[in-house]
Design a protein around this ligand. Structure first.
Ligand code: NAD
Length: 367
């Protein structure tokens, strides 16, 4: 019998519900074929949450997310809620669910699809076949470190202060996630920091190196983060999995994403620790936002959301082959020159959000 799974679906605002509708159709298709047995629990988040519950995310929704196999999120935000207090804005709902679920590892794949190779600003020869995964520490480091603030100095100047701070446990838990992911991929892990000039980077390198002894099957290397920024442009295919801290990960994952060209194609995942029963909190979402400029027009590209669901199949539902099948269905659709407006090219067929979803299902149905 197919194993039963529960997923919390939070479509959110703008194009969020539109792209998640396509994921919903794919899940219904897979359920119908008995390839999966997934129950969806729907809850509003972001502006939709404010409209229904007065808050961007309720504690009940977060509890459902913790118990579910994973959360699939669309996107949040929009002009309608732009004047609300920061703490109650749609984006605060996203930050809260990530924080309360303790999602400390952010996974950002950068995959170049052959059919879209021309959309990148980088030479095709450099990025053809690119498939790298950046694991960014998400809940520590300089974005959260204390002390912080802007203070006046006796000499009349002002001082801005942030603190880069990492403990061994924070480093080890995110590095473990990265080692385990490398085991499921090409068994290479590159850890990036600035141990040449920062104590937190020195500790990072030492702890990752120590942990490496537990993963003899993984080829571990270390690189200074500034060199990594250069290497990503010079020869990105040298990387398999990269693990790095919150600040460097923020920058390097955006850089890697842009090697691939298009925002509408980029999936992501955020993972927590695995508990004794094997359960791991996880949230999957496209990298893009709610795109209010195209919401309601049928122009949104649903592939980032669909590829985020493929990540969920791989990492939370333990269906690696089904994840491969879904990704290859996306590849086939692109090879057939079927395109939403954001990735439109010469001699291609322009389709709407739902037609793109249908095209992926048509490919899935062939398997
Ligand atoms: P955005 O990602 O929503 O849009 C940037 C540009 O990319 C727009 O021109 C948009 O039309 C286009 N785009 C984005 N996704 C697309 C898709 N799937 N298909 C086709 N085109 C797509 O970023 P923004 O305009 O800076 O922000 C809009 C709102 O989204 C804001 O309220 C912001 O706070 C929010 N936001 C939310 C998230 C999130 O939910 N994770 C992330 C980023 C921004």
């Amino acid at each position: 019998m197919t194993q039963h799974h529960t997923i919390l679906m939070t479509p959110g605002d703008g194009i969020g519900p539109e792209v998640m509708e396509e994921v919903r159709k794919i899940i219904a298709h897979l359920n119908q074929k008995n390839a999966t047995n997934i129950d969806l629990i729907d809850r509003p988040i972001g502006g939709a949450g404010i409209d229904r519950d007065g808050v961007p995310v309720t504690p009940e929704t977060i509890e459902i997310g913790k118990k579910a196999d994973c959360v699939l999120l669309g996107a949040v935000g929009g002009a309608k809620w732009a004047d609300i207090d920061y703490a109650l804005r749609p984006e605060a709902g996203l930050l809260k669910i990530r924080k309360d679920m303790e999602l400390f590892a952010n996974l950002r794949p950068a995959i170049v699809f052959d059919a879209l190779i021309e959309s990148s600003t980088i030479k095709p020869d450099v990025i053809r076949g690119l498939d790298i995964l950046i694991v960014r520490e998400l809940t520590g480091g300089v974005y959260f470190g204390e002390p912080r603030g802007i203070t006046p100095l006796p000499n009349g100047e002002r001082q801005g202060l942030n603190t880069q701070i990492y403990t061994t446990s924070e480093i080890v838990r995110v590095a473990k996630v990265a080692f385990e992911l490398a085991q499921k991929r090409n068994k290479r892990l590159c850890s990036c920091e600035k141990s040449n000039v920062m104590e937190s980077g020195k500790l990072w390198r030492e702890e990752v190196e120590k942990l490496g002894a537990d993963y003899p099957d993984i080829a571990l290397s270390h690189m200074y983060a500034d060199n990594c920024a250069m290497q990503l442009l010079r020869n990105p295919r040298q990387f398999d999995v990269i693990v790095t801290d919150n600040l460097f990960g923020d920058i390097l994952s955006d850089e890697a994403a842009m090697l691939t060209g298009s925002l509408g194609m980029l999936p992501s995942a955020s993972l927590g620790a695995r508990d004794a029963s094997g359960h791991q909190n996880a949230l999957y979402e496209p990298v893009h936002g709610s795109a209010p400029d195209i919401a309601g027009t049928g122009k949104a590209n649903p592939l980032a959301a669909i590829l985020s669901f493929a990540m969920a199949l791989r990492f939370s539902l333990d269906y690696p082959q089904l994840a491969d099948t879904l990704e290859s269905a996306v590849r086939q659709v692109l090879n057939q020159k079927i395109r939403t407006a954001d990735i439109m090219d010469r001699e291609c067929e322009l389709v709407s959000t739902s037609q793109m979803g249908d095209a992926v299902i048509k490919e899935l149905a062939k398997v």
